[in-house]
Design a binder for this molecule. Structure first.
Ligand code: GAL
Length: 303
């Protein structure tokens, strides 16, 4: 596919998986992301080759069934005061919990009127492509929580990473064994650097994070940092890509056949203001200096 153009599913419909995430499970790639049409929040597509994407279902909508976990979080998925009566669910990520056999979604939740609640929200299902139950939104240990991601490290611990203190800092929380709550706030990164859109990957036994600066829907210079432990010390931020990250903002990283790909959103690229994006997929390579870099390429390559 061509970077920055709308990608179509196998039925010829535009793929709505903005601010998303790809989970690999039993030979399939599952692509989850924001879908702001009608009463939808999150849609799911699946593919065996990253090129042919089959629509699965709208896994989170205003109608999704709800149930409390031990955390007793706020179960609201609608807001009569907002446009279309919807809340706002952004940057959904889904991972599999082998202990419970459930697929667990984490995302950013706002009330649909403004961005002042700054919460995360969770849902889970016994299958990857639908059947999700919503478990509510909350402020992890009372903190603000906006742009976010999930990441499992080489020791098998899974972390929720999100922008805190009005986006000034980035928090890392280790999840509980069932992934249905945060267990411990293990690290605060990049104080007052306003990093957003965190996307992580592993390379040569070390952890790398690409993130954007905080400029709303407008693109900016992505930066990277690395650490030998998720809860350890992270290096100073350094630039990657050009000054607008080729007019995109990081959504997630993907590893395939030993190669690493950056997947970003070009917000507004779908022609419908900023609520939709087209996708930019670029290979991340490592230079002779040992640092990651990526160059513009019109062809999305693996996609
Ligand atoms: C961006 C963020 C998006 C969305 C937007 C709203 O900075 O990465 O996910 O929240 O702000 O203005």
């Amino acid at each position: 596919m061509i970077n920055g153009t709308p990608y179509l599913d196998t039925e010829g419909n535009v793929i709505h998986a903005h601010g998303g995430y790809i989970m690999q499970h039993e030979g399939w790639y599952y692509w989850y992301g924001e879908d702001r049409r009608d009463n939808i929040y999150v849609s799911c597509y699946k593919s065996r080759d990253l090129k042919n994407w089959q629509f699965c279902s709208h896994i989170l909508t205003t109608e999704t069934p709800t149930s409390h976990t031990a955390g007793k979080f706020d179960l609201r998925l609608t807001n009569p005061d907002s446009d279309k009566g919807k809340v706002n669910v952004e940057r959904p990520k889904v991972i599999y919990n082998a202990k419970t056999g459930r697929f667990v979604l984490w995302a950013h939740w706002e009330n649909g009127v403004n961005y002042l609640d700054a919460r995360c929200c969770i849902a889970s299902s016994d299958r990857p492509d639908g059947g999700f139950t919503y478990h509510g939104s909350f402020n992890p240990y009372g903190h603000m929580s906006r742009d976010c991601t999930l990441f499992t490290d080489l020791e098998g611990d899974t972390y929720f990473i999100s922008a805190a203190r009005d986006n000034a800092d980035l928090h890392i929380y280790r999840l509980t064994e069932d992934f249905l709550n945060v267990d411990e706030h293990v690290r605060t990164l990049f104080q007052h650097e306003y990093r957003e859109a965190p996307a992580l990957f592993t390379y040569n036994g070390e952890y790398y994070m690409i993130s954007s600066y905080c400029t709303g829907w407008a693109p900016n210079q992505a930066k990277w940092s690395k650490a030998s432990r998720i809860d350890g010390r992270w290096t100073l931020l350094e630039d990657i890509g050009d000054e607008t990250t080729y007019r995109s903002q990081s959504a997630f990283m993907l590893e395939k056949d030993g190669k690493i790909y950056y997947v970003g959103d070009r917000w507004g690229g779908g022609g419908e203001k900023y609520f939709t994006s087209t996708y930019v997929v670029l290979e991340v390579r490592f230079g002779a200096d040992g640092k990651p870099y990526m160059d513009w390429c019109e062809d999305a390559g693996v996609f």
